[in-house]
Design a binder for this molecule. Structure first.
Ligand code: GTP
Ligand code: MG
Length: 451
């Protein structure tokens, strides 16, 4: 076997609780490559980092491994957290092919860890759990960049058993959420058991194992999903809508199929009718070696999946993060515009006649919130993307049932005029950036009101 040219790079999302080490892990994957003099091998994309198979195999110190793998490498999405994961969708599923759930081994599971796991369960995405910060275990002797078992075997019995106990706790928590798991080296069948990989993003211990296990998962579970057609019109998902100096509103997208070129006409979703526009420029970050360059970006004439790229085009104000973005021709523009419109509308209209009002920052996160509320049998009157506005408050004020005179906002702000308005009403507002907190807060409040 060897790398199969018809397979695109699998997309890996990094999820986990605040401060548990998402950014450090990605820095380590990038940074150790720089230290190894392989900086050129790692490609920096907009919103993503690509690690080629050669680099991963080198890191694992066994060149013969290369023949075992058929994917070209791994594309890590750098916008970490479950927000990115839920907002990045492709054809109604998750955009990420694989995920890493990172947890501080000394702190254990936290709300966002649990939330990430629930989301992965719903999307049936293959993932690994990374137990980070093993270097903080009392008495741990760091062995820079060694694979996990090699460094584990050098530790004292007390340190080993301390780590083992912490891992058992994580494995127990995973079981409570409905996952069977084991330390990764004891897993025979990754279809039935989740691998837990102890690492230190600070010392690089266990990083090679993470890359290997991800490649293994990609190989086992994704082959059928990774076929792509370089000649097809580009299809991607909007990661972020960003204002850039001198460029105006731009889209950071992850392209997961086909090719996208400068001058192509694209359609992208907005809250109203989808936006149709022509690409003025495709932009990539400058290579690390040119970091001092005046401009942050360099223009390219075309890119092929899977990549992260910035699109500069007119009329992008109002484009939605999480929306599909597709290259169209005069023959396909109407049909594709209609498809994108209904994909976005689907999320918004699936509501009840009475219920609470919900707001979220992206289509994907709104959908996640709708799903979790439905599980709890909490009816939803209206669900849409955006900050809490004056109009939302006015509408909700008119609702007589006090339990539904409620707005629940996930990862959104309240606009200044709405804030003022809110004070003169009985509308109850809940804002949070953890879905489970929001739902618990609402339920607790309802319970209190009924007492
Ligand atoms: P948010 O983006 O804020 O959610 O955090 P994050 O998950 O990206 O965590 P980040 O990588 O920023 O790490 C948080 C803190 O933990 C930083 O101070 C890191 O230096 C530290 N840290 C991360 N990994 C390790 C590790 O393996 N060992 C030790 N000792 N510290 C670590
Ligand atoms: Mg971070």
């Amino acid at each position: 076997m060897a790398v199969n040219e018809n397979l695109r790079t699998p997309i890996v999302s990094v999820m986990g609780h605040v401060d548990h080490g998402k950014t450090s892990l990605l820095d380590r994957i990038r940074g150790s490559a720089v230290a190894d003099g392989e900086a050129g091998a790692i490609t920096q994309h907009i919103g993503a980092t690509e690690v080629p198979i050669d680099n991963i195999v080198n890191k694992c110190g066994d060149p013969s491994l290369k023949d075992k793998f058929i994917v070209p490498g791994l594309l890590f999405i750098d916008t970490p957290g479950h927000h990115a994961f839920t907002s990045l969708r492709s054809r109604g599923g998750a955009l990420a092919d694989l995920a890493i759930v990172i947890v501080d081994v000394n702190e254990g599971f936290m709300p966002q860890t649990i939330e990430s796991l629930h989301i992965l369960k719903r999307f049936k995405t293959p993932f690994v759990v990374v137990a980070n910060k093993i270097d903080r275990i009392h008495g741990w002797e760091a062995n820079k960049n060694l694979p996990f078992l090699a460094t584990y075997n050098k530790q004292s019995e007390r340190v080993k058993s301390d780590l083992d106990n912490k891992l058992y706790e994580l494995i127990g928590e995973l079981y409570n959420i409905g996952f069977n798991s084991e330390r990764y080296d004891r897993v025979n069948d990754f279809q039935r058991n989740i691998g837990v990989i102890p690492i230190s993003a600070a010392t690089g211990e266990g990083i090679a194992d993470v890359l290997m296990i991800l490649l293994g998962l990609a190989q086992r579970f994704l082959e059928g999903n990774l076929h792509y057609d370089a000649t097809a019109p580009g299809t991607g998902t909007v990661l972020e809508v960003k204002e850039e100096k001198g460029l105006g509103t731009t889209l950071d997208i992850i392209l997961y199929d086909g090719t996208i070129k400068k001058g192509d006409t694209i359609v992208v979703g907005s809250l109203g009718d989808p936006i149709q526009t022509k690409i003025r420029a495709l932009l990539k970050p400058r290579p690390l070696s040119e970091i001092k360059a005046e401009e942050k970006f360099q223009q390219v004439s075309e890119v092929t999946a899977a990549v992260g790229v910035k699109i500069s085009a007119p009329n992008l104000e109002g484009a939605l993060a999480g929306s599909p973005v597709r290259v169209v021709s005069t023959d396909t523009i109407d049909a594709i515009t209609e498809e994108i419109k209904s994909e976005i509308a689907d999320v918004q209209i699936d509501t009840d006649t009475i219920g609470i009002t919900i707001k979220a920052d992206t289509i994907g996160s709104l959908e996640a919130l709708v799903n979790e509320l439905k599980k709890e049998d909490i009816p939803i009157r209206k669900a849409n993307v955006g900050d809490v506005s004056n109009r939302d408050i006015v509408e909700v004020t008119a609702i007589e049932d006090p339990f539904f005179s409620v707005i629940v906002g996930f990862n959104v702000k309240i606009l200044p005029d709405a804030k003022e308005k809110l004070q003169s009403t009985d509308v109850k507002l809940f804002l949070n950036d953890v879905i489970y907190r929001l739902i618990d807060d609402y339920k607790d409040w309802v319970k209190k009101q009924k007492e």
